[in-house]
Design a protein around this ligand. Sequence first.
Ligand code: GLU
Ligand code: ZN
Length: 474
Amino acid sequence: MRVRFAPSPTGILHVGNARTALFNWLYARHHGGKMVLRIEDTDLARSKKEFTEDILDGLRWLGLDWDEGPGMGGPFAPYFQSERFGIYAEEAEALLANRKAYRCYCTEEELEERKAFSVSHGLPPRYSGKCRRLPPGEEEILLAQGRKPSVRFIVPAEDVVFEDLLRGEVSFDTSLIGDFVILKSDGSPSYNFAAAVDDASMEISHIVRGEDHLPNTPRQILLYRAMGKKVPAFAHLPMILGADHAKLSKRHGSTAITRYREMGYLPEALVNYLALLGWAPPGGKEIVSLGEMVEKFQLEKLSHGGAVFDLSKLAWLNRQYLLRLSPERFVLACMPFLPAESREKPGLNEAIALVQESVSTLAEVSREIRFFLEETLCYPPNGVALFEEDPVAIEVLREYVLLLERGCTEVRALVKEKGHPKKQVFPPIRFALTASLHGPELTKVIDLLGLVRVKERCRRLLEILDRPASANPD
Ligand code: GLU
Ligand code: ZN
């Protein structure tokens, strides 16, 4: 088995093509096949090196490696289509010599004009085949006019029926397909031609790709036949949909893999999530490691319907993976997400450990431990309101300061000695220490901050609250 992932570097690695890469990879790894990475950069104007880098980095980050391709070489090198133009020209020459293709001298404008005519007359907008049989001597005249020909493939009047590994039998009416361009007038290949030539010459046995490529498949099958090559097996993956069941796009939020990396998703969680977009691991298990996926993966079991991209599911999954990290690994994973100047702060590891159970992404950590990272807190009005609504709150804070002055940080002592109910004692103190009404266990927060800081914060909040209203800027 030889599969390939063949991205065009005209864009970044996104949820859609990353899932295609993953399913190819799982299929190859499960069957002990080879994974080929081919960069389809025939569109020289739109292909960018940065996109290739983004795709390669993203695949590596997700843990999806390849046996042949960029950085790896391989028996069918080069793996960049831009370096294979000579091969496409040769194949096109062979098809021309066998009368399976011909040169077309029509200009862009002429083609557009005829297409508009067809459309306005309710005819299919396919190429008429005008240049298929040019009268003798005509080619010379057209060339003398300075026209640069493209090469068109002669679409034979034969059925194309194939067995899709996921959708079963698929058949196409080839009469709807006009003779299509395989080499453009500038010598660059069309997508269908380059893909078929490469898939054939790289001996790809199984083509797994998105359903959006289904209309290309009959063209590629016809090219395989014309070149005398064995037609590979095909599997077309259902599309990924947004929550509104429309095709997933930027409109549904970010789909860029690097964005998820920057937001603090773990690659293990993202790859696990991508697998669930179409695959249900046996036994209803949702948390599956890459190794386990390789073992259990069956392409034929992929769902036929579109898979809905659900960000809250991804966040849930990421949280499960974060929870499973050892405290040491969790701290390490958080480091790149923290401000550089705080990475050496004493107590940082303890602070991070306090929030491991309450975050869904690593980027949330710095927000959750802001009370620790910042020395002078900014108290939001919703918390200050607590003291206006509940006169006991300020009393509790005063009593707590007295307790602190005696060197005791025990909040429970207030509950015991003063008889205040717990729910009236904890919120004001938590707010004084963290500027928030929610957060990690209060006693742990107190231990982390230590007596001096705890005292400072309570006193400062008291000062702010004691200030006459007119002295408050707002
Ligand atoms: N370069 C194509 C794309 O990125 C790949 C098509 C294919 O897998 O055949 O959509
Ligand atoms: Zn023509």
